[in-house]
Design a protein around this ligand. Sequence first.
Ligand code: PLP
Length: 449
Amino acid sequence: MKLIFEKTTPAGGINLTDEVVHVDFIAPQLLRKGEIGLPRVSELEVMRHYKELSDRNFCIEKGFYPLGSCTMKYNPKVNELLANLDGFANLHPLSNDCQGALELMFNLQGALEEITGMAAVSLQPAAGAHGELTGMMIVKKYFESRGETRKKVLIPDSAHGTNPATAAQCGFETICVPSNEKGQVDIDALKSVLDKDVAAIMMTNPNTLGIFEENVLEISKLMHDNGSLLYYDGANLNAVMGYTNPALMGFDIVHVNLHKTFATPHGGGGPGAGPVGVVSRLAEFLPPVVQAENGKWKIKNGAQSIGSMKGFYGNFGVLVRAYAYILMMGANLKTASADAVLNANYLKEKLKGAYLLPYDTKCMHEFVLSSDNTMNIAKSLMKHNIHPPTVFFPLIVPGAMMIEPTETETKARLDEFVQIMLKIKDASAPENKIDEVRAVRQPDLRYAG
Ligand SMILES: *Cc1c(COP(=O)(O)O)cnc(C)c1O
């Protein structure tokens, strides 16, 4: 496919130099001297160009997207409509006092506090990993405020790579805690590395195997008795909404991926949001939070805040979508979690005869299969207009395929997926297989012209 710059024609589009443009009010030194260098293309050609680009992309509207851990559920279009309302979409990013926007944020903070059980929430972080960074900075500051220097963070071997990366970035030493034969944190292994130098544990529950950590209360007691904190990676919140929450499990800090659980379109690097919630004793460390003060809404730092993580409102459009989604779902958020879990268990039961299921137990919203033909299966799925599951993760399962159907799929769609998965189990390598190792080792991202 050609770049839009290659589609340019001398007579294409409109020539701004032919138009009467009043620039008298702009200082001469600020005016552009040469050509702006934009492609000259007619409106129709522009439309075709971007349509062709979008057709090359795979999205939930195009087909089934069981990408484990990413919660690629359907994002109701009414959320887009609301986020695009003039007062929301055209809000100046540097304004910090728009009362309507702040009220929405205050209400969203409240909704997330209720869903997570946390005492206070800041909406600023821009993604899950950014929320993790925020959370670990809070951990650090908390111990500093107590005059303690704790250097270690415990991380189960099933964790998402952003967990150890974030802890390391904050200067912590990361200690890997192995999983037991049930795919859960090995308590004895945890006890053996728990000492007064441990600042926190970062856990995901259900974990990335799609398994609920049954011993989470025992773990939180062990950690708290040791004076350590518990961080909850909320990427899998879609499994438990309304049934339990991280506060009930004993966690102190939580991030929520609004772009996973709360229906903001994602993939392809679009904006997300990773609000962070904390228990009351950590509230003063949060980045700015919207508060009510003398009948007005204000964005304010706590007494010992780690400071701003982003512009005043964070990724505001994502917040509007999440708020709209939560309001529309109401108590049905619980049904969403139930259906997500039901769909995953349905697929697991249908596929476990044909594929190896390393942890054969009731799963939550996703499950992990194992195969020695994972890459070929993933490629074959693409030919069937299905996005492959997350592959080769979690790292503790060889040839992992992590399947998350979400709650928004019909039974017919799930059955079709099962049929295809059974058929392509022994798929062979596609003829024009990409040399992925070379693509990683010697990437050539230049435009060759
Ligand atoms: C997606 C994910 C993250 C990171 O979230 P981003 O929003 O992509 O930064 C962290 N942990 C788990 C388990 C995830 O699935």
